[in-house]
Design a protein around this ligand. Sequence first.
Ligand SMILES: *[C@@H]1O[C@H](CO)[C@@H](O)[C@H](O)[C@H]1NC(C)=O
Ligand SMILES: *[C@@H]1O[C@H](CO)[C@@H](O)[C@H](O)[C@H]1NC(C)=O
Length: 599
Amino acid sequence: MSLTGWVSEKGPLSAIIEENLYLCTVTIFYEADTTEMALRLSGTLRERGSKLYRLSSGVLEQMSTWRRSPCDAYVFLLAKGEILIKHASVNYLRATPYRQGYKPPLFWNYDAYYIIALIDPSSLNPRDLIGLYNFRKTQNFLVLQPMKSHILIWTHSLISKIPVLEFLDSWVNGSFLNRNRLFAKKFEDFQRMPLRVATFEFAPSVVYARDESGRIVTRLGVDMEIIQGLAVIKNFTVEFVEVSYEEKWGTKYPNGSWDGLMREVYDEISDIGVCNVFIDDFRWTETDYSYPYNFMPGCFVTPTPKPLSNWQSPLLPFSWNTWVSIGISLLVGGPILYFMSVLYKAPGPREFRSLSYSYLYFMAALTTRPLDAVPVSLPTRIYMGFFWIYCLIITTGYSANLIAFLSVTQKAPPIDTLDQLIKSGLKLGGHSFWKTQFEISTDPRILKLASLLDTNVDYLGVFKAVEAGKFAFVENKQYLELNRDARFTYGDRPTIRIARECYLSYNVALILPRNSPLTDNLTNALLRIFESGMMTKWQAEVTKHFREKYAAERSKVSTEATDINQALNLGHVQGVFYIMGLGYVVATVLFVYERLSKK
Ligand SMILES: *[C@@H]1O[C@H](CO)[C@@H](O)[C@H](O)[C@H]1NC(C)=O
Ligand SMILES: *[C@@H]1O[C@H](CO)[C@@H](O)[C@H](O)[C@H]1NC(C)=O
């Protein structure tokens, strides 16, 4: 094939660009042997303009070369090609040693159109290119291979684990032979290609039904149904990869590597990671996300408020400042009566001339046990008259409220807000994900929360610790609700409680390796599943499954008496006995004191 055959206005390169990539910015890379060709091609593209680069590692590892426009086309004119082969083999996101907060430059454009012309077929074969790391992730890829009188046009098929060459068309005598679409979509039908899907059991998103030997029989939950739905729509098969339950979504190590589900995807071991993965900034640069298909906030689960210990019940009808006010009125009222009686020297009962009798008189009025003595002088009578009105109101209020407090079981106030949570003294726990999320907050209270959060949590045992009143635990609301309803609701009484104030609403999505060509192709199908409304049905199914699974365990505990007995038991009124006991003790002490001092 002559030089002009390649690059004339009627040549295959111009034809491909003019017919398919009319709106794209064209960049031409050439080698020493193809300089003249590049200049001519650039000449034929004169009207639309093109960038020209002499191919070298320096040029390819320079951000300006890869500056993006809405549509980019890269034409490589290769005689030898070793520079491109080397460049296309490198994963630039991982090429430099990890440094925290450093985002490595990406010397590739996975959305662009790549047209590779092999000028010297004896030194370079299309097969040398298709398996290279970056080409495997690039959908729009053509290789032009000259034969004697025509040019073969190839692409690569990505729906197999090892990319294979796919013949598209040939250029003969100035035109395409078959007129096939050159940049057709590559992931319309996966033709039963196996995709590795990493996941782990985490209800209600992923729930396994197992047989006696522990083998997984069916996979339930929204996330599993989504994968199975996608597999039907896109015609792929699924190889599930089980991530360790201890590692779960994974934690980032200081050296930048991950464990858990993130490792599967970050290291490109699995094609998809699924298990209630939240879309967040922290992982955004490490993986691709699909469209979100679920939404949920993170909340704390706390113990249900415990009944208050009952010795306090006589104190409960009044708040503390009411008690203090009553105490002051007593403290002041007694002496006033005493002084009035002493100062006026009025006729009347002598008893009022005693300070302790005045106090007793006041106490009697407060407890609606009036003593026989009545003051005689007018001012004292007016004074006492008003005091009796005061006592009437106080005692009526107290006794009415006391009945109310004794007839319902008193509970400690529930934990609903962040402040209550921090003050509660409960140990706080949650997956390390939550810690990283709280740590980037600007709210000092949330930062405090982050510092208190213990990330070393055993998910299986943690609810028991919450139930026992020792722990509060943060997780997504759906997960907490499921556990509360299925495992910790006895009859109609849950023993754990979800705090009303929740934090950070998250979207849930699939994760895929960074720049995976599957991301766009799968997520359109995902959106269709989401719009069909099947999520709600799947969610209801898994809750039902879960409640049945734990029915036996719940009924075992629920027989524990949950008596709602209206008769006042000793527990309700024990405080009164304490008061009486206190009276005995004080009286005895005074008695002993008096006996001794008389001697
Ligand atoms: C799925 O792929 C297989 C294998 O290529 C093919 O035989 C089958 O027709 C495809 N199914 C659908 C529904 O496209
Ligand atoms: C990073 O650190 C973890 C744990 O310290 C280790 O298991 C892993 O191999 C390290 N990864 C690399 C790439 O050094």
